[in-house]
Design a protein around this ligand. Structure first.
Ligand code: DCP
Ligand code: MG
Length: 415
C-alpha cells in the first residue's frame, strides 16, 4: 500500500517500515560471550571443530572480512588467508584470526533478547531469520523523527543485547531491506517516501531484494545494470523473461512493495481498514463499506481457523479523529453475519458524522475450533478495548498516522 501514494495524499500517510539486520551476527555473539575478541578478526565455522580444518565459514567479523574471509568459504581457505591465532607460530607477522564453532543455542538466546526489544518498540514485527526482522512503526513515529527513533533502537540493542545491528527505514519492506544493507556495519539509513526512487536508481541490480547472483547476471546480459535501468525496463519484457518474479523485481526497483509487515505465527487480532476518496456521511455508503470490511476480516479469520471473542469498529473522522468501539462475547465464535451486524450496530453511533476511514476488527483470537461458544451468551457493550495489544493503538482521540490508498483495503492489525 505504501508504494502507491495517491496524488494529494500527504507523506505522513505512508507506512514507516524498519528492517533490522544484525551485523556479522554469529561472530557478534561470540564476541559478546568473550569480550577479548572485541576488534579482532573472528571466524565462525559451520561443521568446524576447534583445531581442525574442516567445515565452512558461517560468518566472519568485519575485521576478518577485510582479509578476504567470507561466508560459505571452506575453513581451509579462510585459514590460508587468516591463520589461527591459537596456533600461529610465534614469529608469524601477518594478521591472525580467532576461530569458533557454531553454537546455535547460544545465538538463539541472544536473538531472543533482541526480539524482545523489537516487540517493545513496534506493534507489528515480522521475524525473518535468527538475525533479521521487519517492523512497522507507523503508529509509533512519523517521518520527521524516525531517524532518532531508529538510532535509539540501534543503541538499545547494542546496550541491552550486546550485539550490533544495522537498520534501514523506508515506506515499504523491500526498500527498507536494501537500506539496512546499504551502510553495514552499524548502519542507519533512512529513505523517506519522496526519496525512494532516487535512492534505489543508482544501485547495482544485485542489491535489490529478490535479485540473486544468477538473475543479476542475466539482467546484466540484457544491459540492465542498475535498479534505475530495471525500473525503466518495460514490465512485459521482464515478465516474459522471468515470469511473475520479473514483475516483483520491477516493482522493487521502482520502490513499490505492497506487502504488509505481518507477524509470523498466530496474530492477536485481525482487521481490515479502508479509506474513502472523500469523507462521507452517506449512511448507505458507510454501511456498505462496513459490510465489505466485515466480510473480508471474517474470511481472513476463517482462512486461519481463528475464532474471535471481540468484534470492533474503527471510525475515523476528518482529519485524524480516531474512534474505536468494541463489543465482547462470553466465548469465542466464528460467525461472519454476527460480525457484520455487530459492526453495523457499533457504527450506528456515528450516523450523520462525516467519515474518512473505517475499520473492522476481530480480536481476542483463539485457534482451537472446539472452544466455540453458544451464540446466546453476550456480555453486552464493553468499553474500548483493554488488552495490551488492543489499546496500544487507537483509543478515542488517538492520533491516526497509518494510511492506505483510498478505497483499498489493507490487512493490518489496528494496533
Ligand atoms: N549464516 C550462515 N551461513 C551463511 C550465511 C549466514 O550460517 N551462508 C548465518 C551466520 C550469520 C547469520 O546467519 O551470522 C546471519 O546472516 P547474515 O546474512 O545476516 O550475515 P551476518 O549477520 O553474519 O553479516 P551481515 O553483517 O552482513 O548481516
Ligand atoms: Mg546479519
Amino acid at each position: 500500500m505504501s508504494g502507491s501514494r495517491l496524488p494529494g495524499t500527504p507523506a505522513g500517510e505512508e507506512r514507516v517500515v524498519l528492517h533490522v539486520d544484525m551485523d556479522c551476527f554469529y561472530a557478534a555473539c561470540e564476541r559478546r560471550r568473550d569480550p577479548t575478541l572485541a576488534g579482532e578478526p573472528v571466524v565462525v565455522g559451520m561443521g568446524y571443530e576447534a583445531g581442525e580444518r574442516h567445515g565452512a565459514v558461517a560468518t566472519a567479523s568485519y575485521e576478518a572480512r577485510a582479509h578476504g574471509v567470507e561466508s560459505a568459504q571452506p575453513i581451509s581457505g579462510a585459514l590460508a588467508a587468516l591463520p589461527r591465532a591459537a596456533t600461529a607460530p610465534p614469529d608469524h607477522e601477518g594478521p591472525v584470526g580467532h576461530y569458533r564453532p557454531v553454537d546455535l543455542p547460544y545465538y538463539r538466546e541472544v536473538s531472543e533478547e533482541v526480539r524482545a526489544i523489537l516487540h517493545d518498540v513496534a506493534d507489528a514485527v515480522r521475524e525473518v531469520s535468527i538475525d533479521e526482522a521487519y517492523l512497522d512503526v507507523t503508529d509509533r513515529v512519523g517521518w520527521h523523527s524516525v531517524e532518532i527513533f531508529a538510532g535509539s533502537l540501534r543503541e538499545r540493542i547494542e546496550r541491552e543485547a550486546g550485539v550490533s545491528a544495522s537498520v534501514g527505514v523506508a515506506p515499504n519492506m523491500s526498500t527498507a531491506k536494501v537500506a539496512s544493507d546499504h551502510d553495514k556495519p552499524e548502519g542507519l539509513v533512512v529513505v523517506p517516501p519522496d526519496a525512494v526512487r532516487e535512492f534505489l536508481a543508482p544501485l547495482p541490480v544485485d542489491e535489490l531484494h529478490g535479485v540473486g547472483p544468477v538473475t543479476a547476471r542475466e539482467l546484466r546480459s540484457l544491459g540492465i545494470e542498475t535498479a534505475g535501468d530495471l525500473a525503466s525496463t518495460p514490465r512485459d519484457r521482464l515478465v516474459s523473461r522471468f515470469g511473475s518474479r520479473g514483475g516483483t523485481i520491477h516493482d522493487h526497483a521502482r520502490g513499490r512493495d505492497e506487502r504488509v509487515v505481518e507477524p509470523v505465527g498466530k496474530p492477536k487480532s485481525l482487521s481490515s481498514e479502508s479509506a474513502f476518496t472523500e469523507a462521507t456521511d452517506d449512511v448507505e455508503v458507510i454501511r456498505e463499506r462496513l459490510r465489505r470490511l466485515a466480510d473480508e476480516v471474517t474470511a481472513r479469520a476463517e482462512s486461519r481457523d481463528a475464532l474471535y471473542k471481540t468484534i470492533g469498529v474503527k471510525v475515523v473522522e476528518p482529519p485524524f479523529d480516531v474512534n474505536t468501539r468494541a463489543r465482547s462475547l462470553s466465548g469465542p465464535v466464528a460467525d461472519a453475519s454476527l460480525v457484520e451486524s455487530v459492526a453495523l450496530d457499533l457504527a450506528r453511533e456515528f450516523e450523520g458524522e462525516r467519515v474518512r476511514k473505517l475499520g473492522v476488527r476481530v480480536s481476542n483470537l483463539s485457534f482451537d475450533a472446539a472452544t466455540q461458544a453458544p451464540l446466546d451468551a453476550w456480555e453486552g457493550e464493553s468499553p474500548p478495548p483493554t488488552s495490551a495489544e488492543d489499546d496500544a493503538d487507537d483509543g478515542p482521540g488517538g492520533t491516526e498516522r497509518g494510511g492506505d490508498p483510498e478505497g483499498q483495503t489493507t490487512f493490518v492489525d489496528f494496533s
